[in-house]
Design a protein around this ligand. Structure first.
Ligand code: AMP
Ligand code: MG
Length: 371
């Protein structure tokens, strides 16, 4: 009599018995791969770029490792391109070649550089030349920028006047149709440090959008652009630093929605001379570093390239002179001003999100997104 309840393996054909371990091994492999490839809801990518660092925070639910690798490569590629075109530190960048082009003949430039120069000129026109990318010789005179060191003594007024005569946005003709720029004098030199980082942020954001990412935070050297929501939902949160040398302490926090924010300030780069603070931001109208007590300006704008340019522009103009341009432009600015007693006061202008000021010295917290 044969038993109808024999052990299952005995019911399997010899061939199936041979394949079962193989099948189980494949199943185990797939499960492990799934676990290995699972991506957390919040992913932070980062790296060096443009003489500083970049950070991208992604709401990555349901995405794969391969998606993250593609996102990283795309961001790196865009930032490298911007650097290759617009760096004043790389002798072979497009900008350095334009600066070395000691001629009044047209100089062909890439569409990206042209776009940045065109936007820069627009901000120059709207600020009466307070923002001016031809400021480079003045930046060098005061000891900033590539290869520069602080002078032992402040430059003489005659020297400032001579160098200032080589500066002026009207001396650079930008011709988008011809795809070229033309200097009105051969010794004109440009510095895109006040605007290129923001442009890089926009480029990185565009690359992520093109790959189908809809919820991200992009930051290059403190200039930020966000889209969608942070992981877990809600608006992305951005910190404004306390503008002192002690370092990265959060001063206030705000929520950003599909916007960019850039910050400029004399606290970021400066030196002291004869008890005076020399900022790396120069007022091209006087030829001298700004010195009117603006510790920092944060600008919230749709595009990071414009937030960046306007943050620098408003560092030159100050809150009183700058208010009209901010209102007319329909964006927002947040000033941190030094008071005579050594403290700070703040002033928001235009369409700036509410800043929740932290009780002073929330030490230990960085200014990165709380997202
Ligand atoms: P940011 O950190 O964006 O405010 O850019 C500051 C940098 O822009 C400086 O280090 C200079 O290289 C350059 N710069 C200084 N003053 C001006 C100005 N008035 N307009 C445009 N660029 C400037
Ligand atoms: Mg700027």
């Amino acid at each position: 009599m044969t038993s109808g309840s024999s052990r299952p393996s005995q019911r399997l054909s010899p061939r199936a018995r041979l394949l079962l371990p193989l099948f189980l091994a494949v199943l185990l492999g797939l499960t492990l791969r799934q676990l290995w490839c699972a991506v957390p809801d919040r992913v932070v990518l980062s790296g060096p770029a443009m003489g500083t660092t970049w950070t991208v925070t992604l709401a990555a639910t349901g995405r794969s490792r391969a998606d993250l690798d593609t996102a990283r490569s795309a961001v790196e590629e865009r930032l490298e391109t911007v650097n290759r075109l617009m760096s004043t530190w790389q002798p072979d960048s497009e900008l350095s070649r334009l600066n070395a082009h000691a001629s009044t003949e047209p100089f062909a430039v890439s569409g990206q550089t042209l776009e940045v120069l065109r936007l820069a000129r627009d901000v120059s026109q709207k600020t009466g030349g307070a923002f001016d990318v031809t400021v480079r010789p003045l930046v060098a005179l005061w000891g900033f920028g590539a290869d520069a060191r602080a002078p032992d003594d402040p430059p003489a007024a005659s020297e400032v006047a001579e160098v200032r005569s080589r500066v002026g946005y009207r001396l650079l003709d930008v011709d988008p149709t011809a795809g070229s720029v033309r200097k009105a004098r051969p010794d004109l030199a440009c510095d895109l440090s006040a605007i290129a980082k923001g442009y890089g942020v926009d480029q990185a954001a565009e690359a992520l959008e093109a790959l189908g990412w809809s919820d991200f935070f992009v930051e290059v050297g403190g200039e930020v652009r966000v889209r969608g929501q942070r992981p877990g939902g809600g608006a992305w949160r951005v910190g404004i630093e306390r503008p002192d040398e002690a370092g990265r302490v959060v001063f206030g926090v705000l929520e950003l929605r599909d916007r960019s924010m850039a910050t400029s300030g004399d606290y970021r780069e400066f030196y002291e001379q004869g008890g005076e603070r020399r900022s790396h931001i120069i007022d091209p109208r006087t030829g001298r570093p700004v010195g009117h007590g603006v510790a920092s300006v944060s600008v919230v704008h749709e595009r990071a390239v414009l937030a960046d340019a306007w943050a620098t522009a408003l560092s030159v103009l100050g809150p009183d002179e700058g208010a009209r341009a901010v209102e007319a432009g329909g964006f927002g600015a947040f000033f941190v001003l030094r008071t005579p007693s050594g403290g700070y006061e703040t002033r928001a202008i235009g369409d700036f999100p509410e800043v929740r000021l932290r009780p002073s010295e929330a030490a230990g917290e960085g200014s990165e997104p709380a997202g």
